[in-house]
Design a protein around this ligand. Structure first.
Ligand code: ATP
Length: 199
């Protein structure tokens, strides 16, 4: 499993549609200050479901949309897609390639797409659980994040190990099942109340 390509259109400084192709080995992105290197990493974070504008170095989510320059009008949407090679089927879907896309409009309307089909953020998150790729995974290490990991609380560090060990999806499922159980408990209590009123 590896990142094959990244497509950006209308995202931050990338007004035009642009496709980055990644190959075997190490890819380095170099360029002058302010040329958009970090925006490439932001695009990857964003398409994987980042909900915090602050994490994307903006004040509000709309800031990811190309805001225009002296030469060019602002755009009305931002689109990012990543294509992951899934030849080893580490992602639990029957496709050799998985394309995850996210689009947002200035109106606030937004959507996620998995191989071209509209889906929920939850579907993207579940697909990526335990792969290390998710927005909270360890595959994207931002500036200052190493320090944060080293000086963080043991529970926060534990989350990284859980992801690497592949047990996050079980923990999430356990939490969801416990929530359902709790809700059912309340429903039962209500039914018992109603029954005792009737009797
Ligand atoms: P450095 O080497 O200084 O860290 P960098 O190459 O990583 O810089 P980025 O921080 O990725 O550069 O890009 C900053 C540029 O992106 C700025 O010129 C900024 O104006 C532009 N930019 C950010 N958001 C938008 C947006 N919504 N619309 C247009 N341009 C944007």
């Amino acid at each position: 499993m590896y990142l094959k390509s990244l497509e950006v259109h209308g995202f931050k400084s990338f007004a035009n549609k642009l496709i980055f192709e990644f190959h075997d080995g190490i890819t380095a992105i170099v360029g002058p200050n302010g040329s958009g290197k970090s925006n490439v990493a932001d695009a990857v974070r964003w398409v994987l479901g980042e909900q915090s504008a602050k994490q994307l170095r903006g004040a509000k989510m709309e800031d990811v949309i190309f805001a225009g320059t002296q030469m060019r009008k602002p755009l009305g949407f931002a689109y990012v897609a990543i294509t992951i090679s899934n030849e080893d089927h580490k992602l639990n879907v029957p496709y050799e390639e998985v394309k995850i896309a996210r689009r947002v409009y200035r109106s606030g309307e937004s959507e996620y797409l998995l191989n071209g089909t509209a889906c929920r953020l939850k579907d993207v998150q579940e697909l990526l659980f335990d792969t290390g790729i998710g927005k909270e995974g360890y595959s994207i290490i931002g500036q200052g994040q190493i320090d944060k990991i080293l000086s963080g609380k043991p529970e926060e560090r534990r989350e990284l190990f859980d992801e690497a060990a592949g047990i996050v999806k079980y923990k999430r499922r356990k939490a969801a099942a416990q929530k359902n159980l709790e809700e059912e408990k309340h429903n039962l209590e209500r039914i018992e109340d109603i029954l005792s009123e009737i009797e």
